[in-house]
Each structure stands twice: as structure tokens, then as C-alpha cells.
Design a protein around this ligand. Sequence first.
Ligand SMILES: Nc1nc2c(ncn2[C@@H]2O[C@H](COP(=O)(O)OP(=O)(O)OP(=O)(O)O)[C@@H](O)[C@H]2O)c(=O)[nH]1
Length: 319
Amino acid sequence: MRLYQALRNVDKFRTVFDFGGRDVAHWFPGHMAKGLKQMKANLKNVDCIIEIHDARIPLSGRNPIFQDTLNVRPHLLVLNKMDLADLSYKQKVLKKLEKDGVSNVIFTDCLKQRDDNIKKLVPMVLEIMETSPRFNREENRDYCLMVIGVPNVGKSSLINSLRRTNLKKGRASRVGGEPGITRAVLTKIQVSERPLMYLLDTPGVLPPKIENVETGMKLALCGTILDHLVGEDIIADYLLFSLNRLRKFGYVEKYDLSEPSDDIQHVLKRIAVKLGKTQRVKAITGVGNITVTIPNYTAAAYNFIRAFRKGELGQVMLD
Ligand SMILES: Nc1nc2c(ncn2[C@@H]2O[C@H](COP(=O)(O)OP(=O)(O)OP(=O)(O)O)[C@@H](O)[C@H]2O)c(=O)[nH]1
């Protein structure tokens, strides 16, 4: 009976999120131009681009800056953090990506000690490369890959996971930079013996493409944009909105709520109380000073967002 009432309640929840006229222009600092320039300069030494993105937002935020290059160069899209994504949408996502011209896609979990998909990556890359012409590098017998992607999607983790899986050791032996590679910055790391395959050990960080505030908010939720630039309070509210929209009510039980709620202040208050995140503040009243206990909303918002990013509130597909 209570569940029935609670779900009826859910029907009255927000269906559209009010972004309050926020401007995303300053959400991404412009310091990445240097990295981009360097990446472009090194593309001539690269046979295949491994683009990595967050599996929870397979369509949002990918930077098309490399599109021109990607069109002519073998390209594999790795959708990482699959452990956090609702994979019941996998086929739909693959179809949509294929429609957009992205047909080489693999889902991975780079934190897993042994991820079968990571094992498949080198053979898949080889297959992609063998069916495409090699640009500028016909004479080379080894292959070189470059990992690119927006911040925090797991580029370094992918490189480590590839080393772990293919070289069976923690650290790969480094090889010196080839002429033409900016030696101080880019080093090649072997990831496979047969065929001989290397990847550039410094991943290329792309600024995400933020088409609108909602895309920006999804990127923020996944930890791609520094929280304080967007604001933890609004990220927490957008998280609550998204969980309700997707009917992912794990937060109700986790934080001892009586039912789903669309009111972020109410939810944060419950979280603060449950976690003991309260503050004692002095209040001056007509009858003297008293001390009152108030919830620490900021700490609660922080915890709510962290729990989501660790997968504790369920797997989601935000696109
Ligand atoms: N749940 C989960 N977390 C992951 C996975 N891969 C990476 N992470 C976590 O995501 C965070 C970012 O990973 P990094 O490998 O540093 O990402 P990056 O893209 O190199 O980050 P930048 O250098 O900031 O651009 C870390 O906390 C990782 O532990 C994954 O498959 N699943």
C-alpha cells in the first residue's frame, strides 16, 4: 500500500529540470589548447585512436574536434566504467552510435582485475587496422595507438589495465621517444608482443563538448567537470531528478527515507542526519543566545554525489 502511494507520488515529480539560466561557458577552463596542439602534432605517428568515454553518457560530451582525423584514421570507441552503467540500453546505444558513424565500440571496466573486454581490445584494434590503410607509416612493422578522451573517463586506468592484461606485469618497459615525438612528454609503452603494439603513455585530454546546460550537468555528474565550477548543490539536485526519472530508487533505502522524494532539501536533510553531518550554530533570539543543530547540506550533497559515482545508487544510463 505504501509503495503504491509512493509510486503515485512519483508521477507528480518534475519531468523537466530547471537549470535556472545557468551559463556553461566557464565550466571548462581553456587551458587545454596546449595539449590539443601536442596531440595533433603526434597524430602522424599514430595508427589507431582509442577514444575513451564514460559508458553512462555514451552520446553526450564527446569532443568532435578529432572528427576530421577520426574519419580517416582507424578509431575505436571504448565506453568505460561499464560497471556503473545500465547496460540494458546497450543495443540501443550501439545502434545510435552506428547511425552516427561510430561502429567500432567496446565496453570496459578498467578497475576489474581481469576484464575480458580489455583482453579483446588488442585483437579488435588489429582487425580495425588491417582493414584500413596505414597513414604515413606503411614502412613501420609495429603499431602505435593513442588514447584520447575528456577528463576523468579512465584514460590512465585503461593504459594500466592494458599493461596488466597484455604484459602480465605491473609496469611496462618504456621505450624512448621516436624522432618526431615530443620526447619530454610522450613515451611509448609496449602493450602487445605479437603483433608488436605500443601506445603513447600520455593520454590526450580533450575538453568535453558541452552543447547545452543539460549535457554539462551530465558531464559534471560523471565527474568530468570540477564540481565547484558547477556547484555541488545543483549537481545533487540534478542527480535526484535523474534517479527519479530513471526510477532508480536505491537512495530511499540507503538513506532511510520513507519514500522517493523530488525535494532535494528534504533528501539532503535525511542524508545529513543519517551520516551525522550536522553543524551546531549559535542563534541570537529575543530571549538570549541558543545553540541549534542544523544539517550540513554541503556535506550531504557531497556524499550523495560520491555515492552515485561509486555506483552505490544503482547503474544508470543518463543519455
Ligand atoms: N567504476 C569505475 N571507475 C573507474 C573505471 N576506470 C577508471 N575509474 C576511476 O575513474 C577515475 C578517473 O580515472 P583515470 O584513469 O585517472 O582517468 P583519466 O581519464 O586518466 O583522468 P584525467 O587524467 O583527469 O583526464 C579514477 O578514480 C578511477 O579509479 C571503471 O571502469 N569503473
